[in-house]
Design a protein around this ligand. Sequence first.
Ligand code: FE2
Ligand code: FE2
Length: 476
Amino acid sequence: MSSVNSERIPNNVHLGDDKRLQRALEAWQPNYIQWWREMGPSGFQEDLVYLRTAVGVDADGWAHFDYVKMPDYRWGIFLADRVPGRTIGFGDAYGQPAWQQVPGEHRNALRRLIVTQGDTEPASVEQQRMLGQSCPSMYDLRNLFQVNVEEGRHLWAMVYLLHSFFGRDGREEAEELLARRSGDSSKPRMLGAFNEPCTDWLSFFMFTFFTDRDGKFQLLALAESGFDPLSRTTRFMLTEEAHHMFVGETGVLRIVERTAQAMAESKKDHPDDVRKLGVVDFPTLQKYLNLWYSLSLDLFGGEISSNAASFFATGLKGRAKEEQFDDHSALTGAYSMDVPKEGTFERQEVPLRNAMNEVLRDAYVDDCQRGVDKWNRAIAAHGVPVRLTLPSRRFHRHIGIYAGLHADPDGNLLTREAWDARRETWLPGEADCAFVRNLMTRAVLDPRQMANWIGPPKQGIKGRPIDFEYVRHCEG
Ligand SMILES: [Fe+2]
Ligand SMILES: [Fe+2]
């Protein structure tokens, strides 16, 4: 039931049949555009960017590629097709028909889930707004903007649900989503990682690999929701999210390859010497990885969580790919985890429903490891004896049972003093950030060029060459 149409808000939800909703969204739209102009990419707003736009949900042909000025991007509302006879796949309401309306008793919890997801979307655009000014190539610049406009569309997706199903509170929440600001001390975004600065391209690629991947797993869990419109919305968002994963994974891969190649050619391996080659040394890469991975682990919430248990029990949020599990009630199982106790760890059996955040985090960690393995194979292919690793999930945590501990990347507990003394061997320090910033100051806007610190991509976008003019500057 895909549809391309000429309405102000492209959609496949028959928006034209619901005048009240259409008016509400059309009233929100100018505020959104104002937010985009203020908090979206700095510069380039009048340039033509070769972008993908969602125009429907058919597997072959859901997107259209063409040049567009970002403020003219057609942010639309698309839900994956309805699965006839869909039933709830987990929790206490297992097997009952999926809800097409919000059940009164779940209204607040559902709104909270939708607002929390929605808040991350504009937050990441705000975090990334300066990056165009230091892009390593036009290809990368275009990918940055592609991610940005799609995060904007994801905001639209959540705002559609708020406006359609939550009445006045929904409309107020939609306004608030445009009012909070990433990193602002008085009105910050809701989740920690989305308030961290992301002002260099190494951070951007780590962010899209690690933090967008949290998004992927949250969307997978919400795609299982008993609230069918949320399930259908998030299923379609996952289609776009795949590209964000690609940008992060290949971005880091190209940096890693470039560094390994420079090290192999020069036969240098001391980080100071490697830096002099104009590439990112591996200790610095590892520190950025440690930072964004640990910040992203926090996004899954506490290891032992009564909220997670109740979201699962009530059918609001399942596990990623719930169908792969045998027992969809999760009433009897237990999850065995190391819980901190008196300066050490004690093995505890946590009722499975209370450990649902950890179950989702496990799937995430596996998926991250797969990417890291790929990077390591690329390093090994150049004969460089370095391996990147994911730190222990006890390292540098701010949420959950490991918050406030002083664990090293192997998970061993240290005193605060010992941890502080070694902090800058594990996490980017002032000098590392300054090095990365200086390395990546200059925007490379000649389509035939690529910054020295990153390798070329394997191929261009949508069959275009790598040196295609993905962003076309418009005078005046
Ligand atoms: Fe998103
Ligand atoms: Fe994303």
